[in-house]
Design a protein around this ligand. Structure first.
Ligand code: ADP
Ligand code: ZN
Length: 734
């Protein structure tokens, strides 16, 4: 589709091609309604007996009996989808081998897009005092306080507080909650780029100048902003955001984890005087709709969000920041399998926008793109202020004297005790949720597994349940072995954070211990509160999973003890070394963010392992160079292309048969010199009762892999309950 020969307005009765959100493999023809419509218009069209959402994608094809073609029902009150957005969805669909309707669903994930602008009743915190307090009333007020000045609809507020709507109404009569009329979907107040900038250090200032210039260029470009945790990357990229806002264009910052947004939003407010628009699963549906609409009208200039914020209908997007760009959560692992970091670059290139990829430990992909001259690179060499990177040492576990079922070595124990004496905090890091990864029956040897998955059930003592980390299934902790029915023989094997906390409580009886693991919090709010308390110094010892590795600031933390530095090195994942390196450096970066220098101690059984060595001496360039050389040699990403195909079905022979047939008929792949490996059982061979078989395709860089894949998989038909997922550039090999 070229812009020049496509009309951009269609008069009443003219044929238009409409892409709908329904799973059909083509656009459908409709007649333009009275008043006509614009190319890109969001419309409601009849499909069989239903009304469905769609976008005018171009002129109609006209291969249908004209008299049978129905008319568009109505044009929705939303800015038409812009050409670059349509192009983005098409290219993203081609890249990820996703059907267009699924892409459109990603781009329209806001409720009530078709509703007319109108007034509605909203509820916010009032000045009055309730005549009496009840637990239900307390909950409502707590929600309103938590969300500051925000207002809610009656239903939303009641739902968030977990109370009936009458409780809210009761609070209105006393004035404790205010009920007011408000227009739907109001613009976001404009941020002020000059509101609260900090005085930058020399290093930071130089970086900010380069980024500002890039933003001013009005052209596409990507910069990797690399700097150790606490070096001020956020301060620097907020200067680029400021420049983008000055130029009248929109800016987007992507964060990997919604638990981090609260702290970040506060910082944005301090910098720009107002809160940015937020887009992630933690915001209310009303706010989502407002955000979607205002972004389209250019009345939300600054957006902070999760990866799906990339699919909002920006009117004039000038800058996208991907914070913690190496983070694996940027890869969506179900539904449309896309990597938000790669899609960001695509989107920006279609919008003449700039990209900033920020990280202390960049992905090898980005590192290689810098080497190849595709990305620019900026480095912030030192931490802000007096803070320095912690010293890092290995604890050789082979030389430590300790009993079998304990995980804190005497050396680490001494380190923690020394911190407690000085009133400083220690972090014990173990990337395993729950109490114990395995529950073993000492009578029959059975390891309790999930009925639905090929995975062991993990004991969560805090919840008093067993849980499958694959499908989420839980059941009460049994008293007798489910296999041999002998009582009192079930024993935990191996450590999780909860068990580690138990050991720590015995080893440090007077210490205050806090566990930071996602299982322990009912809500993002509770987690946030707890993190703030810990940062304030409420705990002597923090025990955490990778939740603690990301972003949070603990000023009193001076010691990080990694319980099992070898954990990530096991397994066959091609990124195992990279991930371990990143995670260990990030976790170590939690120590010594304020005046007192920090120390990181890594418990390992293989201190001579090259990855452990690289983590300890911090010679990143050497690590990346070695890792790059290995991947180049093996022809794997980022120096080769890969695609994973997972076939699944309740019937195990069905998936193996199809897998074998696919491997045999690999003509389209062979034409481009690609190879197929498998079928083999996926590492987790059964999930939710479905058997899973994997094929892996490897190709050289630069070949038309997607086209060949499409031709290849197009040869086969999926029968019955069988499903196929094609994952381009897979990140996870489970
Ligand atoms: P990073 O994003 O690299 O982890 P941050 O931007 O979060 O680093 O900076 C770390 C801490 O140092 C933050 O609390 C930040 O406010 C502070 N900081 C960084 N640079 C400056 C500066 N130039 N002036 C004042 N405070 C700064
Ligand atoms: Zn399961």
């Amino acid at each position: 589709m070229s812009a020049a020969d496509t009309p951009d307005f269609f008069h009443q009765g003219e044929l238009v091609g409409v892409l709908t959100t329904q799973p059909l493999d083509r656009v459908l023809d409709y007649k333009a309604p009275e008043g006509g419509l614009w190319l890109g218009a969001f419309v409601e069209v009849p499909l069989g007996p239903r009304k469905v959402l769609g976008v005018v994608w171009g002129p109609g094809v006209g291969d249908y009996d004209h008299s049978k073609i129905r008319s568009v029902i109505r044009v929705l009150d939303a800015a038409p989808m812009r050409e670059e957005m349509r192009l983005f969805l098409e290219k993203a669909a081609d890249y990820t081998l996703t059907a267009m309707p699924a892409m459109l669903r990603l781009a329209t994930r806001a409720p009530g897009l078709g509703d007319a602008p109108s007034m509605r009743l909203v509820y916010r915190l009032g000045a009055g005092v309730p005549d009496r307090m009840t637990p239900a009333r307390t909950k409502v007020l707590a929600v309103l306080e938590e969300y500051g000045g925000l207002s809610f609809t009656l239903k939303e507020l009641a739902e968030m507080a977990g109370v009936g709507t009458s409780v809210v109404k009761g609070l209105v009569s006393s004035g404790a909650v205010r009920e007011e009329k408000s227009p739907r979907d109001t613009p976001y107040p404009p941020p002020d780029p000059d509101y609260g900038g900090k005085a930058l250090t020399e290093d930071q200032r130089k970086g900010a100048i380069v980024l500002r210039e890039a933003v001013r260029s009005g052209a596409y470009g990507t910069t990797l902003l690399k700097g150790v945790t606490g070096s001020g990357k956020t301060e620097v990229y907020l200067e680029a955001v400021a420049e983008c806002l000055r130029s009248g264009r929109q800016a987007l910052v992507l964060l990997p984890e919604i638990a981090l947004t609260g702290e970040f939003i506060d910082r944005c407010e301090a910098r720009f005087g107002v809160r940015p628009a937020e887009w992630h699963s933690g915001v209310t549906l009303t706010e989502r709709r407002r955000c979607w609409k205002m972004v389209g009208q250019g009345e939300a200039q600054f957006v902070v969000g999760a990866r799906s914020a990339l699919f909002l209908p920006y009117r004039n997007l000038g800058l996208i920041v991907v914070d913690e760009e190496h983070d694996t959560s940027y890869k969506q692992e179900d539904g449309v399998l896309y990597n938000a970091r790669d899609m960001t670059v695509l989107r920006a290139s279609l919008n003449a926008a700039q990209v900033i990829l920020a990280s202390a430990t960049p992905s090898l992909e980005s590192w290689a793109n810098v080497e190849a001259g595709k990305y620019a690179k900026l480095t912030l060499a030192s931490r802000f202020g007096p803070a320095v990177m912690p010293t890092m040492r290995a604890i050789d576990m082979r030389a430590e004297e300790m009993p079998g079922s304990s995980w804190i070595s005497p050396t680490l124990r001494r380190g923690v005790l020394a911190r407690i004496e000085k009133g400083e905090q220690s972090l014990l890091f173990l990337n395993r949720r729950g109490y114990a990864p395995v529950t073993l029956c000492r009578a029959c040897g059975e390891q309790i597994g999930c009925d639905q998955c090929d995975a062991r059930m993990v004991e969560h003592r805090f919840l008093k349940r067993l849980m499958c980390h694959q499908c989420g299934e839980t059941r009460p902790m049994p008293q007798v072995c489910p296999s041999c029915e002998v009582a009192d023989k079930l024993a935990p094997v191996g450590p999780g954070v909860e068990r580690l906390a138990e050991e720590a409580q015995v080893a440090f009886p007077d210490a205050e211990i806090a566990v930071l693991s996602s299982d322990h919090y009912g809500s993002a709010r509770a987690l946030k509160e707890h993190i703030a308390q810990i940062a304030g110094g409420s705990a002597d010892i923090v025990i955490g999973t990778q939740l603690v590795a990301k972003g949070h600031n603990f000023p009193k933390l001076t010691l990080v003890g990694v319980i099992d530095a070898d954990l990530g090195l096991q397994g066959s994942d091609l990124r195992a070394a990279e991930r371990t390196f990143q995670l260990m450096r990030q976790v170590a970066g939690r120590a010594g963010r304020a005046e007192i220098p920090g120390e990181a101690l890594l418990q390992t059984f293989q201190p001579e392992h090259p990855v452990i060595g690289a983590i300890l001496n911090g010679d990143e360039e050497a690590f990346w160079a070695a890792e790059a050389a290995e991947r180049k040699e093996a022809g794997v990403p980022p120096y080769g292309r890969m695609a994973g195909i997972v076939l699944s079905s309740p019937d195990v022979s069905q998936v193996f048969d199809l897998g074998a047939e696919m491997a045999r008929h690999d003509g389209p792949l062979r034409k481009i010199g690609a190879q197929v490996f498998g079928p083999a059982p996926a590492p987790i061979a059964r999930v939710r009762g479905r058997h899973r078989v994997r094929l892996l395709v490897k190709a050289e860089k630069g070949v038309p892999l997607q086209a060949a894949l499409a031709e290849w998989v197009g040869q086969f038909r999926l029968k019955g309950e069988m499903r196929m997922a094609v994952d381009i550039d897979p990140q996870s090999f489970l």
